[in-house]
Design a protein around this ligand. Structure first.
Ligand SMILES: [Mg+2]
Length: 450
């Protein structure tokens, strides 16, 4: 039997990222209770400093309530252009140093150092990187180093802020044992309550339980939680690629110069891509629009955007890009939209401008779409506009992306085509939907696709 090599995994997480960036821009915030969030009374807290947490303030809480809990708290309106910029800076430092890293959210990274050096060498190396991040970006962070992602993440959270921890090989179980089960990644409030009702509070108790019992109570998730509790986690570090993307494009039956129609279609496409990002809990920070003229000349234009998965942030940028691109009043054969530079993450980065009502509106719309199909709710401008669900040249129906199909609730008779998450270099099999590495030219007519 060939044993896979023992791994060395580092988890690095920026401390209080949004607050830290706000403090870099305004040092008067240092040492004070700081709340980052929307500046209207209906806004919510998207992040808060350790000083503010002492007053019971936490993220997703209404700003109004935070002000009541701590009247002297300094409320800062988030500058999410800056957050994206600083997140990119950290990514660049890591990219320069590590061949295999995963950007799991705006402020969180996993690095696979397996085979790089002996264990202590890796710790020294990670410590140097940690100092470098702080020195070059001004941002404090924490890191954990161990044999897998779970234990490293637990270690980071355990020692935060501005600290690090090495969990020696073979000591994972003992290290986790005295901690609360709530420290295990993926144990949320609901699972925590289930475990508490079973009389399980410490990880040690979970370690002693038969795995079958966890399966009976929590299904396959129970098995994963049990493994994590025992320091077992084989999940790989998934290489980050800015080129990984979701996209959608549409070829017209008849070429058109109807700008209203073209924009309506782009809006519908963007809504669907944003929905897919939300279902996948991903954020995008780069948007690309593509047009192909009737003579097959193809043009694309892209712009960076603050990390988002909300249509109302993406649509204005898509329209701007289209206006810049469409400058020859010629017939158009195809339009497309692509979101790339994807990282994991929920709504959080949009919370700076968005009110509770806006967030609830998105949640309600997404639930309706999950239950009744993608067309259950649409912008008025896109109404009556359905994306084609078959290829007009061969009549083949487009498939449903596995990623979306994984979604827990089955979709009700949705006839819509699904955009797909694409790995760089992978070409979609469907005619009319092509994605590949930017800059490569393969089209027989010399057009650059994506
Ligand atoms: Mg963080």
């Amino acid at each position: 039997m060939i044993l896979s090599p023992e791994k060395t995994i580092v988890h690095l997480d920026l401390d209080c990222f949004f607050v830290a960036v706000s403090r870099l821009m305004n040092p008067a915030l240092n040492g004070k209770p700081v709340v980052v969030g929307g500046n209207s009374d209906r806004g919510v807290v998207s992040a808060c400093s350790y000083e503010a947490r002492k007053y019971g303030i936490h993220s997703a809480m209404p700003i109004k309530l935070a002000k009541r809990l701590c009247p002297e708290a300094l409320i800062v309106h988030g500058d999410y252009e800056m957050y994206t910029k600083k997140s990119d800076e950290v990514t660049e430092i890591i990219r320069d140093k590590v061949p295999l890293y995963e950007k799991s959210s705006v402020d969180e990274f996993y690095m696979d150092l397996t085979g790089m050096d002996k264990f202590f060498g890796c710790y020294k190396w990670a410590t140097e990187l940690w100092h470098k991040v702080k020195k070059e970006t001004g941002l404090p962070s924490s890191f954990g180093l161990s044999v897998n992602k779970t234990v490293s993440k637990v270690a980071t959270d355990d020692v935060k802020p501005d600290n690090n921890k090495k969990v020696d090989r073979g000591t994972e179980k003992a290290y986790l044992a005295p901690m609360s089960v709530s420290k295990i990644p993926m144990v949320g409030e609901k699972t925590y309550q289930v475990l508490r009702q079973m009389g399980v509070e410490k990880i040690h108790t979970l370690q002693q339980m038969p795995v079958e019992l966890m399966r009976d109570v929590l299904g396959e998730n129970g098995v994963t939680i049990w493994q994590k509790a025992n320091g077992i986690d084989d999940s790989p570090v998934i290489p980050y690629s800015e080129r990984k993307s979701v996209s959608s494009e549409e070829t017209f039956d008849q070429d058109t110069i109807d700008v209203t129609k073209l924009k309506s279609l782009l809006i519908t496409m963007t809504e669907k891509l944003a929905l897919q990002l939300r279902l996948e809990t991903k954020l995008s920070s780069c948007i690309t629009v593509k047009i192909r003229y009737s003579n097959f000349d193809t043009h694309t234009m892209q712009c960076r955007v603050p990390y988002t998965n909300c249509d109302h942030h993406l649509i204005p940028r898509v329209k701007e890009l289209f206006d810049k691109l469409y400058n020859r009043r010629m017939l158009i054969r195809l339009v497309g939209v692509r979101c790339s530079h994807l990282v994991g993450g929920g709504y959080q980065i949009n919370l700076f401008e968005d009110s509770q009502e806006m967030i609830r509106l998105y949640q309600a719309m997404d639930n309706m779409r999950r239950r009744y199909g993608d067309n259950a709710v649409q912008r008025a401008t896109g109404l009556g506009f359905r994306l084609r669900d078959f290829n007009p040249f061969n009549g083949i129906r487009k498939g449903v992306a596995g990623a979306v199909a994984r979604n827990e609730e089955p979709r009700a008779k949705s006839q819509e085509p699904r955009a797909k998450i694409q790995e760089p270099g992978v070409r979609n099999q469907e005619p009319g939907v092509k994605i590949q590495e930017p800059g490569s030219k393969t089209s027989p007519v010399g057009a650059t696709v994506w």
